[in-house]
Every structure is written in C-alpha cells, then in structure tokens.
Design a protein around this ligand. Structure first.
Ligand code: PGA
Ligand code: ZN
Length: 420
C-alpha cells in the first residue's frame, strides 16, 4: 500500500470563474497526482456539503480557503507518513470528518484528496487511471460510453428563459466513440447555422450549449430534430435527452413552467402527461430529474408509464448516495442513476453507487458539473467501470471538450492494444 508523503491544496477557479479546490498528493515513491473538484449550480439539497468561506469580501463569499486549509493542515497531518489503499483512505477521510454530509472538512476538500490519491496510485503503478479504477471495481472489460451532448442550455445554466435545464443530442446509432463525437460536432454546427439564420445570438451557456431565447421548450425539440435531419441523420440514429432539473421550477407542490409558450402551474400527474406527449412526438432517449428531488411518486409513476422505452434518470433525487439509490430501487422509482463524484465526496462511495446501480440492472450515467475544471477524471471513470453513458456538455468550451478528448485518447489506447 502506498505511503502518503504530502497533501497540498490550492484555490483555483472553475469555468464560471468561481473558486474551487485543487489537490496534489505526493507519495513516498516521489510520484504525485493532481485533481480538482467541480461545482454545481442546480445543486440537490441532499448532496454532500461543498464548503465555501462565506466571506463576502472575497469572490462573493464563494472562496474555498477553509477547505484548502483543511487539506493542508488537518487532513495532511493525519494522513501523511501512513499507508493506504483507496478504500482505507476514503474510510479514514469519512471518519475524520465525522458528519453525515461531510460538512466539517467539506466534501470538496475530501474529494480532492480522494481523487488526487487515485491519480498518484495509477501513476505509481504505471497504469492508466481507467485501469486503476477498473481494478477498484473488479472490472477489466473496458468499453467507451455513449456521449450525450448538451446543446441547448436552459434553467440555471443560462439566461435563455427555458425552464428545462438541458437538451441533449444522443448519437445512439454509431459504432465507435470517434464516430459519435464526429456526429455530435456535425449536428452542433447545423444547429448553429439554424439559430444564426433565425436571428438568434450564438451565446453559450455554462455547459457549452447554445442559449437562444426560444418561445417554448417544445420549439427546442423541433429545432433539434431539424439540426439532426440537416446533418443527414435519422431520429433513430440520433435521439434527444433532457434534464428537466425540475426542483428548480417546483414550489409548494406545483411545477411552474411554460407549456406551448403558456405559463402553467402543474401537479406531478399533469407534468407527466406533458412528458408522455413529448415522448410520443419525439425520439427521446432519457429524461433526467423530471420531478423535484423528493417527489418519489412522480418518478415512480413516470417509470411505470414510460420507463419501458425511455431511461428515467435520477440526479437530485439520488445524489450518488447509496441510501437514496437503495430507496429508489425499493420503490422502483427510476431505471437510471446520474453519477457525480462531488455529490457524495469520495471515489470509493461513488464506485459503490455505480455498482449498486448496475446490480439493479439500471443505467449508471456519469456526469460533469455545470462549473467544471480541466480535470478529466470522469472520462477515466466511465471507461474504468464500463458505464454506458456520459454527459459532459457540448463541444464548445474547453473544460467540456477535454473530457471528450480524453475519451478519444482512451479509445486510441484500447485500439492500439488490440492490434498488438
Ligand atoms: P449542475 O447541473 O452541475 O448545475 O447540478 C448538472 C445537472 O443537473 O445534471
Ligand atoms: Zn441533473
């Protein structure tokens, strides 16, 4: 088991210009691993706690100097000169923190250490990170995922005025990851052309998708179908996914959004009717967070009604938390789970969440956050554990593209190995 020599954290900026934490983990062997932690905007209330300084004189209170100090002092003092494997390291961090939601040391501080240690271990062993992650999960069959490109940004990720947070294109009818990325890029350029021709500014939201002020959520589906067709693909070859992030438009038991351009306050069964209508009209691959984070009935009803053909994904509902995923399995609420490392705060717990999701026969869907860094850990995670899907935004912002670039690189590595 490798011995930790030093943990060193610093405050860096994420893709929104907000502070986040970067951690360097140096092992006794001299090898070191670096990792940084992303940050959400439509954060679920059940997520592990992201420690922010709340000092209004710096970065509107969003500084992470307390989390940085927790790594450099308490965590470093406790872990240095000790030997760990991934599991014992993560267990030690959880115990040292001592709270249910990692609120004392901060899930951002803890995750930074957990991921930097994983990178250092892979480098120490001279293996790829995805192979190291595969070993942790008992997996040695590596497959590339289906990418879902978030090409229109709404909700809290842009000022487009669209209530639905993410509209994604999903290239299901292609063989290789390279082909899937190429199809995505082709559709995105057709979409850009359509928006320009109709006089919309080509502004971009937090996840690299366009942010046009369209008159209705339904119009987005029509425009996406047009872009897919202009790129000469069929609706069977390229499907559409949404992340409604419905907690963001839910209040006092009602969902407030525009349907066909008209403002409505809907009960969950009425909102389900709208999703059903959409699923009859368009070629939909998945619906994420169709209901608010504690609306278990809404999710369960939707899974019963349309879950046979469509992936019903929980995000704010399940928050990569084993207890909540177990609850969802018992209630048969969904059939897919979004996986975000910083929702739970350690690598080991994230891997457990993925394995639990798989054991239910459900889809583990690996995800970035709306505030990202150049760290590509999730690309190795999705391959290392052979998960079927990833979402990492559009192909328009560096902190999104680097995740897809790493996956292209991994595909090349795996292809080269097969040839040898
Ligand atoms: P977030 O958005 O990172 O702002 O939470 C991503 C998502 O909801 O899936
Ligand atoms: Zn989501």
């Amino acid at each position: 088991m490798p011995k930790i020599k030093l943990l060193k954290a610093t405050e860096i900026l994420d893709s929104r210009g907000n502070p986040t934490i970067e951690v360097l983990c140096e092992l006794e062997s001299g090898v070191s691993g670096l990792a940084s932690v992303p940050s959400g905007a439509s954060t679920g209330i059940h997520e592990a706690l992201e420690l922010r300084d709340k000092d209004k004189s710096r970065y509107n209170g969003l500084g992470v100097l307390n989390a940085v100090r927790n790594v450099n002092e308490e965590i470093n003092d406790f872990l240095k000169d000790k030997n760990f494997d991934q599991s014992s390291l993560d267990q030690t961090l959880i115990k040292l923190d001592g709270t249910e939601n990692k609120s004392r040391l901060g899930a951002n501080a803890i995750l930074g250490v957990s991921l930097a240690f994983a990178r250092a271990c892979a480098l120490d062993r001279k293996i790829e990170l995805f192979e190291y992650l595969g070993e942790l999960a008992g997996n040695n069959i590596f497959t590339l995922p289906l990418p879902t490109f978030n090409v229109i940004n709404g909700g809290k990720h842009s000022d487009s005025g669209l209530e639905i947070q993410e509209f994604m294109i999903v290239p299901v009818g292609f063989q290789t990851f390279h082909e899937k990325v190429e199809a995505g890029a082709k559709i995105i350029s057709c979409l850009e052309k359509i928006l320009k021709e109709r006089g919309y500014p080509i502004s971009i939201g937090d996840e690299g998708g366009f942010a046009p002020k369209l008159s209705s959520n339904e119009e987005v589906f029509d425009i996406l179908e047009e872009a897919i067709s202009d790129a000469s693909y069929s609706p069977e070859k390229v499907k559409i996914s949404i992340d409604a992030a419905a907690s963001t438009f839910y209040k006092d038991g009602l969902y407030n959004l525009r349907i066909d351009g008209k403002e409505k306050n809907l009960k969950n069964n009425e909102l389900l009717e709208w999703y059903e209508k959409l699923s009859r009209r368009y070629s939909i691959f998945s619906i994420e967070d169709g209901f608010a984070e504690d609306d278990w009935d809404g999710f369960g009803q939707m899974t019963r009604e349309i879950g046979g053909n469509i992936k019903i994904i929980g995000d704010d509902l399940t928050v990569t938390n084993i207890k909540r995923i177990k609850m969802a399995i018992e209630k048969k609420s969904i059939n897919g789970v979004l996986i975000k490392l910083n929702q739970i705060g350690t690598l080991s717990e994230t891997i457990q969440a993925i394995l639990l999701t798989k054991s239910a026969g459900w889809l583990p869907f690996i995800s970035h956050r709306s505030g990202e860094t150049m760290d590509t850990f999730i690309s190795d995670l999705v391959v290392g554990l052979s998960c079927q899907c990833i979402k990492a935004g559009s192909l328009k912002r560096g902190e999104r593209v680097c995740k897809y670039d790493r996956l292209l690189e991994i595909e090349n590595i795996l292809l080269t190995r097969k040839k040898i």
